[in-house]
Design a protein around this ligand. Structure first.
Ligand SMILES: Nc1ncnc2c1ncn2[C@@H]1O[C@H](COP(=O)(O)OP(=O)(O)OP(=O)(O)O)[C@@H](O)[C@H]1O
Length: 256
């Protein structure tokens, strides 16, 4: 059984179709890349998985199954159990999504304590241990820092570590590196892969950068104007693309 099965999903904003008939699935421990241009509906699809679509959006048809359970049927209480602990999400720009006037430690503690029974001391010890694993040195100092005191790349790595501290089965990563320079991009992706190996987390990695995604994903879905136009193993997509849009995305790598 797939960990997550997205079946014929349609999503509208203000009754206008944005995501059309999308079907995808991801197995345990796998990495699925979703690649497409800005505005094609990638973030909307991730938000639908986590049931955090804004009020003017609606999942008009289709189903999403997590471990065989239809997510459309879940109560608010069941969602609280799933969000964070089972399915976690990281966003494009951690620096702006962290609160600027509270330390990293305070924010990390609040996020983790909401979903676990550990004490503050235990949570900080786990965080410092995990920071260490991804070579974020001086964990204690980081916990006492404010987001603006740290670089964009460091903030992003911290956000990934916080998401991973709950050991989710599935991580939804929405353009986790697009706000970073090229060197930091690769570093963040490497750290994410290290954590993925430690925890065997499945990841849906959304990006407009097919080159980056192809380095880590087992399968890639190519999205254009709300539709999946090609979906296959990474090797097939990279060496034997079928759809014109995939070919264009690949050509753009060589013309950078
Ligand atoms: N809250 C909203 N209300 C109305 N339309 C929206 C809303 N959020 C997004 N849209 C529109 O839906 C479409 C898909 O947006 P979405 O953010 O899912 O795309 P994306 O592929 O993730 O793009 P990006 O890479 O820029 O984040 C876009 O045309 C966008 O303008």
């Amino acid at each position: 059984m797939a960990l997550l099965d997205i079946c014929n999903v349609n999503i509208t904003y203000d009754k206008k179709n944005i995501v059309s008939d999308v079907s995808l699935s991801i197995d345990e421990g796998q990495i699925l890349g979703i690649v497409g241009k800005s505005g094609c509906g990638k973030s909307t699809l991730l938000k639908a998985i986590l049931n955090i679509l804004p009020d003017n959006a609606s999942l008009t048809s289709g189903e999403i199954f997590y471990k065989g359970q239809n997510l459309n049927d879940l109560s608010n209480k069941a969602w609280q159990e799933i969000r964070g602990r089972q399915i976690s999400m990281i966003f494009q720009n951690a620096k702006t999504s962290f609160c600027p006037v509270r330390t990293i430690g305070q924010q990390l503690y609040e996020t983790i304590a909401e979903h676990s029974a550990y004490t503050k001391k235990e949570i900080f010890a786990q965080a410092i241990d995990l920071f260490d694993k991804i070579r974020l040195q001086n964990g204690e100092k980081i916990l006492n820092s404010y987001p603006f005191e740290l670089s964009g790349g460091t903030n992003q790595r911290i956000a990934i570590a916080i998401a991973m501290l709950l050991k989710p089965k599935l991580l939804l990563a929405d353009e986790p590196t697009s706000a970073l320079d090229v060197v930091s991009q690769m570093q963040v992706i490497k750290e994410m892969m290290k954590l993925q190996q430690i925890f065997q987390t499945s990841i849906i990695l959304v990006s407009h950068n097919i080159n980056l995604v192809s380095r880590v994903a087992n399968k890639i879905a190519i999205m254009q104007e709300g539709k999946i136009v090609e979906y296959n193993f990474t090797k097939q997509i990279m060496h034997n693309p079928q759809h014109q849009f995939t070919k264009e995305l690949l050509q753009s790598i060589y013309h950078l």
